[in-house]
Design a protein around this ligand. Structure first.
Ligand code: DGJ
Length: 734
């Protein structure tokens, strides 16, 4: 049983963790524990002396020992004597913002809860239970449902919150985080993922000082700058040992994550929707559902934590049937041509790709309206037959006739001023009534909060896809939102706009991906600007970054791997000198780095030499032979590229029998020791044979003494080493 309720103690157990709450004598829901399964009521850890300047609940009468400001709380509210970061802030008509939530009831439901209009994890095997704990304000009929999904085998607890207004008046939700986690100790560091366009999700680890450490996005998208996930790791936690907690938000819009170290050196971590400028109006009998947060705990280091997230996201979040399928190896024309192409050029790229074994041709930006540069035509999703020299359908047929699939780029949420759509519907654009909106990449943002816009886009893209037998769609989004004003909303509801925009995007993504289940969708937002768990619900893969430089990709893919599975990480081999950095790396290195993702190419293959073409053929053969391991196996980071001269990672099959180690050594320094890496996730009592030369190692040796990488001259030299477990009985015969 994953949920146990005894004496007002709620114990949620997974294979390797216990999450526990307790209702205390005043009806307050305490968060008593999240960590290894200690198999007992953990409320004894809330043993506080009197702390001055911590106010006391009225009900405690003259006792000065009980203060909400000290205790570990499950869903803390501001304004009733807890002075730390609140999880929930409301406003009622009398002007007050305080809520005093006390335990009201609980329910155990079979199966996993879902969340209205929002992406959320699911359980197709019906092994999951949901716990719903309802809290109620002491004065107003305001109810808060805390929802927990318990995924035992995956070591995951999901959380979500619903606020129900049963008062006779309208209230406003000002802040409602998806998860708040109070921890009794403070010896944690936070790992978070920051960046910028073409340099996303760089892992940064910082210690916590007193006060609040905060990350977030006010860009209306989860953003290149901060990803909506944080890891709290004990100071001594590394890839293979130590405790770590992950909190990942299933949301693609503005968010905030705060980690506060309080006066007692306790930690409160919260993650949820961005609350700045947020006010959600709730009329009587209405409710508000917040997005989901995925929590996971490991006491075996960051590698295990990441694999828990990877397995969970693959099995319980990505709903596309492609998630467990081998993806076609693709060629994308963007870096090969940018806007400068015609039908003939595209066909020649497709033909040379097909000859090398590539299976899917993707036509990127520039096929519609008068889109010859990025200054026009977004919104005019009509094929430019003059540029293509034929109808799109004909181009698709020609590609299909080659034996390849056909993919198309779209950017549904955007519009160019120079477009028919904008001329016809100037009021479909986000902008405040008396101001001109900010342009970014010359484009404006459609009002996705307007159902009319969503209906229109559904109809346009449905027609486009149906008429042209498309096999793959790349859904791009190339700017942040700056003008948070939707013409379709009343002045009073403008503070709902950012969230309503996301609900509109999810609605459109839901409609199109449900209707076209057989189409492989890849998400994109100027590279990985919206690479998040919300988007992965609809799109099984996501373009990781516009930076295709193999060296930089080592850092970007390293950071991405903390939460997101490799099967979701779009990665391509591109031309040199690299278009973003001017760096030259060998074709071999570019291939190895792109293989740590959904593999593809993004260059004009017809410009390759015969020798390079042979190498591409070989890469495709190699990737196909390892594809299942990459998509379904465990993934381990074997180095920290920020600290070491090497970026190394490995794929290990679930049965621990097949291992592939890939690495890039950044710099060869004269007379340096051979670089070596310590493998992870092997069976330490088994023997492994290095394929290349038959050398035998025990799993223990590979994990404790390490494996040497070839010592090669040059910079950014990659290598790949394959190992397989052998039957120990036959070792003598090997
Ligand atoms: C940004 C994407 O990340 C690129 O791959 C490409 O599709 C361009 N947009 C096209 O405008």
């Amino acid at each position: 049983m994953s949920i146990q309720v005894r004496d007002q103690v709620f114990s949620l157990t997974t294979n390797d963790s216990l999450y526990q709450m307790k209702v205390d004598q005043y009806g307050i829901l305490n968060h008593t524990w999240y960590g290894p399964n200690t198999e007992m009521d953990m409320s004894y850890i809330e043993d506080y002396p009197e702390i001055s300047f911590s106010a006391n609940l009225w009900d405690t009468e003259k006792s000065r020992m009980y203060s909400l400001n000290d205790r570990l709380l499950e869903y803390p509210c501001g304004g009733i004597s807890d002075f730390r970061e609140p999880a929930l802030l409301l406003r009622v008509p009398d002007g007050s913002s305080s809520l005093d939530l006390r335990y009201y009831s609980y329910e155990i439901l079979e199966g996993k809860y879902s969340i209205e209009k929002l992406p959320a994890s699911f359980d197709r095997d019906h092994k999951t239970q949901t716990l719903k704990i309802t809290l109620k304000d002491t004065v107003y009929d305001i109810f808060v449902d805390l929802l927990y999904g318990i995924f035992e085998e995956e070591n995951v607890i999901t959380r979500s919150v619903t606020i129900r207004n049963m008062t006779p008046f309208e209230i406003q939700v000002k802040k409602a985080v998806s998860a708040s986690l109070d921890l009794p100790e403070s010896d944690y560091e936070v790992i978070h993922f920051h960046g910028r366009h073409a340099m996303e999700r760089l892992a940064e680890r910082t210690s916590l000082s007193h006060g609040t450490f905060s990350i977030g996005s006010r860009r209306g998208q989860s953003s290149h700058q901060h990803n909506p996930g944080i890891i709290l790791a004990k100071n001594n936690t590394n890839e293979t040992s130590g405790e770590a907690y992950g909190m990942l938000l299933v949301y693609s819009g503005g968010f905030e994550a705060d980690i506060e170290k309080d006066q007692l050196d306790q930690i409160r971590a919260t993650i949820g929707l961005r609350s700045e400028n947020f006010r959600w109006q709730l009329k009587p009998c209405e409710h508000f559902c917040g997005p989901e947060a995925i929590l996971s705990y490991s006491e075996k280091g960051l590698g295990v934590l990441s694999n828990q997230y990877h397995d969970f996201i693959r099995s319980h979040l990505i709903r596309s049937s492609f998630v467990h399928q081998k993806r076609p190896i693709l060629i994308n024309n963007w870096e090969a041509t940018y806007f400068d192409f015609n039908g003939e050029k595209l066909l020649s790229i497709a033909k040379s790709a097909h000859e090398l074994g590539i299976e899917l041709f993707v036509l990127d930006d520039g096929w519609f309206g008068e889109r010859h540069n990025d200054d026009s035509s977004l919104g005019d999703w009509f094929v430019n037959e003059k540029k293509l020299q034929m109808p799109l359908r004909q181009l698709v047929e020609k590609i299909h006739a080659l034996g390849m699939q056909f993919g198309l780029w779209i950017e549904p949420e955007m519009v160019s001023e120079n477009s028919k759509l904008y001329r016809d519907h100037p009021n479909w654009v986000l902008r405040s009534p008396l101001r001109d909106p900010a342009r970014s990449r010359y484009q404006l943002v459609l009002d996705m909060a307007n159902p009319e816009v969503v209906d229109y886009l559904e109809q346009v893209f449905t027609k486009l896809i149906e008429e042209n037998e498309i096999d793959y769609i790349k859904w791009d989004m190339n700017r942040s939102i700056s003008d948070f004003y939707a013409p379709s909303l009343s002045p009073k509801t403008q503070s709902e706009m950012a969230h309503r925009y996301m609900l509109g995007v999810y609605d459109l993504a839901d409609r199109l991906t449900s209707r076209f289940e057989n189409i492989l969708f890849e998400g994109c937002a100027g590279g990985g600007g919206r690479f998040d768990a919300g988007m992965l619900y609809y799109f099984p893969q996501y373009w990781c970054s516009d930076d295709t430089d193999a060296h930089n990709r080592c850092f970007i893919q390293h950071g991405t791997s903390f939460f997101y599975p490799i099967s979701a990480t779009g990665s391509h081999v591109s031309a040199i000198p690299n278009h973003q950095t001017g760096r030259n790396t060998s074709l071999y290195t570019r291939g190895i780095v792109a293989m740590a993702g959904t593999f593809g190419y993004e260059l004009d293959l017809s410009e390759l030499s015969p020798k390079e073409k042979e190498e591409v053929k070989e890469q495709i053969k190699v990737y196909k032979s390892m594809q299942e391991l990459v998509l379904e196996g465990d993934y381990y980071r074997l180095s920290d590229p920020n600290q070491q001269n090497v970026s190394a990672w490995s794929f290990v099959s679930k049965d621990k029998k097949k291992i592939i180690v890939q690495a890039v050594v950044f710099e060869h320094k004269p007379n340096m020791k051979k670089p070596h890496v310590f493998l992870q996730g092997l069976d330490e009592n088994r023997w492994y044979r290095r394929k290349e030369d038959g050398h035998l190692f025990t799993g223990k040796a590979l994990m404790k003494a390490g494996l040497f990488l070839p010592d090669q001259l040059g910079t950014d030299e990659a290598c790949m080493i394959e190992l397989e477990q052998i039957d120990s009985k036959n070792r003598e015969a090997q």
